[in-house]
Ligand binder design. Structure first.
Ligand code: F6P
Length: 341
C-alpha cells in the first residue's frame, strides 16, 4: 500500500516521533511505501511531497518541529482545494492518508474521508484542546516548559517582592495554564473557560500580600478574557490567520494589577518557546504509539477515525486489590516498542 502522511497547523514537539513511527510501522510490518506531503494540506493540494523511508529517520526522536514542514492551510476553506487534494492522492496512488494535526487539520481530514479517501487522524497541539483524547502530541512538552518557566519566575519574584504575570499558550482552552499553574504553584490561574473579574484578582493578590506573601505568580492563558460586566474592557486581538497576538492579555493584566494593587509587576510572555525544541519522553512515546496505531488502523480497514488516549482519570482503588501485585508493561506497548527497533 502507498500511504501519505502530513502535519498541519502549528508545529509542536513530538511530531517527528509520530512520522517516524508511521514510516517504520508501515514499512516493517506491512511492506508499505510512505510519502510525506510538505507543509500540511498545502502540499497535498499542490502535489508537493517527498518519499519517506527508514533511512531518513535518523535522530528524529529528539528533534522538535516537523521534518515535513507545516502550514495553516485549510483546504475546506479554499474553493476547489478539497478536489485538488483528491486529484493529487489519486494521481500519486495514495491509498490512505495519516493526518497529524489539531482541530483545523482534523476537520479537513474528516471532510476528505467523507469523500471516500481512507484517512486516519492523529491529534497534536500543545493547547491539548482536541476533543476525544486525553492527550495530544506536544502538550506534555509545552506544559513542562511552562512549568520550568514558573519555577524560575518564583525565585526572581521572591527576591524582588514582585508580582509576576506569565502568559502561556492556550487559545480556546487553558490546559497549559492549569497544568503549569498546578505544577509550578501559581497563585492565580486565568483561563478562557472561566472569564475573570480583574477586581477579584487584584483583591486576592492584595489580601495575599497583606496576610503572608511578598510575591505572587499569575499564570494567564493567552485566550483568557474578562467576564462581561466587569470593570476591564478587552477584546482579544488576532492576526490574519486567526491566531492570538501573543502578549496582549498578559501585558494588559500586568498593567491592571500594578495600577490596582500598587505592587511592582512584571510580565513574561512564553509564546513559541513552548512549541520549540526537543520533545519530552512522554511526547515521544505518545507520538510513537499514535503513529503505530494509525497505520494499524488503516490496515484494519478503518477510516474517518482518530487515534486517542483514553481514561486518564483519578480514581480510588481498594488497597487489597493492589497489595503484593506488580504492574508490568502491557502487551500493546511492548508490541509498539518491538515494532520500532
Ligand atoms: O497551535 C496552537 C497555538 O500554539 C496556540 O496556542 C496559539 O494561539 C497559536 O498556535 C499560535 O499560532 P502561530 O504559530 O500561527 O502564531
Amino acid at each position: 500500500m502507498r500511504v501519505g502522511v502530513l502535519t498541519g497547523g502549528g508545529d509542536c514537539p513530538g511530531l517527528n516521533a509520530a512520522i517516524r513511527a508511521v514510516v517504520k510501522r508501515a514499512e516493517l510490518e506491512y511492506g508499505d511505501s510512505v510519502i510525506g506531503f510538505k507543509n500540511g494540506w498545502r502540499g497535498a493540494a499542490e502535489g508537493d511531497f517527498m518519499p519517506l523511508t527508514r533511512s531518513q529517520l535518523r535522530n528524529m526522536l529528539p528533534s522538535g518541529g516537523t521534518i515535513l514542514g507545516t502550514a495553516r492551510f485549510h483546504p475546506s476553506r479554499k474553493d476547489g482545494s478539497l478536489e485538488r487534494v483528491a486529484r493529487v492522492l489519486e494521481a500519486e496512488r495514495v491509498e490512505a492518508l495519516v493526518c497529524i494535526g489539531g482541530d483545523g487539520t482534523l476537520k479537513a481530514a474528516n471532510r476528505v474521508s467523507q469523500s471516500g479517501v481512507k484517512v486516519v487522524g492523529i491529534p497534536k497541539t500543545i493547547d491539548n484542546d482536541v476533543v476525544g483524547t486525553e492527550l495530544s502530541i506536544g502538550f506534555h512538552t509545552g506544559v513542562s516548559i511552562a512549568t520550568e518557566a514558573i519555577d524560575r519566575l518564583h525565585t526572581t519574584a521572591e527576591s524582588h517582592n514582585r508580582i509576576m504575570v506569565v502568559e502561556v499558550m492556550g487559545h480556546h482552552a487553558g490546559w497549559i495554564a492549569v497544568g503549569a499553574g498546578i505544577a509550578g504553584g501559581a497563585d492565580v490561574i486565568l483561563i478562557p473557560e472561566v472569564p475573570f473579574d480583574i477586581d477579584e484578582v487584584a483583591d486576592h493578590l492584595s489580601h495575599r500580600h497583606r496576610s503572608h506573601a511578598n510575591f505572587s505568580i499569575v499564570a494567564v492563558a493567552e485566550g483568557a478574557v474578562p467576564a462581561p460586566g466587569t470593570s476591564m474592557d478587552f477584546s482579544t486581538p488576532m492576526d490574519s490567520h486567526g491566531s492570538i497576538i501573543a502578549g496582549s492579555i498578559g501585558s494588559r493584566i500586568g498593567a491592571e494589577i500594578a495600577s490596582r494593587t500598587g505592587f511592582e509587576t512584571r510580565v513574561t510572555v512564553l509564546g513559541h518557546v513552548q512549541r520549540g525544541g526537543t520533545p519530552t519522553a512522554s511526547d515521544r512515546i505518545l507520538g510513537s504509539r499514535f503513529g503505530v496505531a494509525a497505520v494499524d488502523a488503516i490496515h484494519a480497514g478503518r477510516s474517518g477515525v482518530m487515534t486517542a488516549l483514553e481514561t486518564e482519570k483519578i480514581a480510588l482503588v481498594p488497597l487489597k486489590d493492589i497489595a503484593g501485585k506488580l504492574k508490568t508493561v502491557p502487551d500493546d506497548l511492548i508490541a509498539v516498542a518491538q515494532g520500532l527497533v
